[in-house]
Design a protein around this ligand. Structure first.
Ligand SMILES: Cc1ncc(COP(=O)(O)O)c(C=O)c1O
Length: 398
């Protein structure tokens, strides 16, 4: 059998198991409601467009202006062929926003995460990671291990005793890194950041936090997990995305001391061997940061919508995972049921994705709802009504 015949057989198996991922095509900008090809208008409950900035006029216009000012791109990597002034402005704004000395942008947070670990650890160093960290962190650590021969370990999710134990067992390692998500994307849970910082201080480790789901989301002004806990400026290194709350196009960044960001320019492979963020995207992200700084009420609205939706969906008889973030996972059990729920909801005009094994543990398949500041009360009421109806049809509600 040829490779491609085998790949086709794998696709057929995914279809037969009901786990094949169908792409839904949108015909309008991302927002609380979108036009979906073949479906008409649907309410979006599965986007990371937390602040509703993906189609915010100032954000869109900044991209248009940058296209005219800078053209499509530099046609090379930054150190060879120059970088645009908008990258420098964006990096200064991001550092200011998340409370660090400097930042360095990448074409995605995936890229930023992947770049980081291997650039800053050496043989004999120790990297420890929360079991529920994002796939990009997992791959970053795997890559670092292959390149540098550092030692790695995984601690049980949010289990601080396990974290401490693993650090103690590797006390002699010269550099020790703790990697955690700020918000864990499948649970909506927030990292126990103050405790992690305390342990890091006691054990001589540094904390690297991926705040992709928390930037623009947590804290009174959206500065992320550190602001939420009142420890802004205390996290050693923050990574995050520009592809969620901050405009939603693409891009990511590493934020921390200036020396770290300079080393990333000097040595991190995605900076050395790959083009920078397109200037259109950089300008839109910059406008998104400026908009968020000027409009903290957007963040307040997101928090209010989150509280409203969590209360309403519980009132309707569902039992979402407890929490305070706009990620509201409703556990349904089997993967097929999660997929069926998302299909039933789409038929009722609500676009929300079901996640099953292996993305989440076996038997804990879920429909993951994500609330946005762009949702109106009417949107959220319509979502809850659709959930009640779909839940009855699927046998989830009595
Ligand atoms: C925690 C976390 N880190 C990184 C990423 C990757 O972000 P990007 O789309 O910018 O590569 C994601 C996206 O799903 C994420 O949830």
């Amino acid at each position: 059998m040829s490779l491609f015949t085998e790949l086709q057989a794998e696709l057929d198996a995914l279809r037969a198991a009901g786990t094949y991922k169908h792409l839904n095509h949108l015909e309008s900008p991302q927002g609380a409601r979108v036009r979906m090809e073949g479906r008409g208008e649907v309410i979006v409950l599965s986007s990371n467009n937390y602040l509703g900035l993906a189609n915010e006029p100032a954000v869109v216009q900044a991209g248009v202006d940058a296209l005219h000012r800078y053209g499509a791109g530099t046609a090379s990597v930054r150190f060879i062929c120059g970088t645009f002034t908008v990258h420098r402005e964006l990096e200064a704004a991001l550092a200011r926003f998340v409370g660090t000395e400097a930042s360095m942008s990448y074409v995605s947070a995936w890229n930023a995460n992947e770049a980081l670990t291997a650039t800053i650890v050496r043989e004999g160093d120790f990297v420890v990671s929360d079991a529920l960290n994002h796939a990009s962190i997992i791959d970053s650590i795997r890559l670092a291990k292959a390149i540098t021969k550092c030692t790695t370990a995984v601690y049980r999710h949010a289990d601080l005793d396990d974290l401490r134990e693993k650090l103690r067992a590797n006390r002699s390692a010269p550099r020790k890194l703790i990697w955690t998500d700020g918000i864990f994307s499948m649970e909506g849970a927030i990292a126990k950041l103050p405790d992690i910082l305390q342990i890091a201080r006691e054990e001589g480790a540094i904390v690297v936090m991926d705040d992709s789901h928390a930037t623009g989301v947590l804290g009174a002004t959206g500065r992320g997990t550190a602001e939420h806990f009142g420890v802004l400026g205390e996290v050693d290194i923050i990574t995050s995305t520009l592809g969620k709350a901050l405009g939603g196009a693409a891009g990511g960044f590493i934020a921390g001391p200036a020396a770290l960001c300079d080393i990333m320019t000097q040595r991190s492979r995605p900076q050395l061997f790959s083009n920078a963020l397109p200037p259109t995207v950089a300008a839109s992200a910059l406008a998104a940061v400026q908009f968020t700084e000027a409009h903290p009420e957007r963040v307040t609205q997101l928090h209010a919508n989150t509280r409203y939706f969590r209360a309403a969906i519980e009132e309707a008889g569902f039992r979402p995972l407890a929490g305070e973030t706009p990620i509201v996972p409703i556990i349904v059990g089997e993967t097929a049921l999660a997929i069926r729920m998302s299909e039933l909801l789409l038929h009722r005009g609500v676009f929300v994705t079901g996640f099953g094994f292996p993305v989440v543990p076996q038997g804990q398949a879920r429909v993951r709802c994500q609330v946005s500041a762009a949702h109106t009360k009417d949107d959220l009421d319509a979502v809850v009504a659709a959930f009640k109806d779909a839940g009855r049809v699927a046998g989830l509600l009595g």
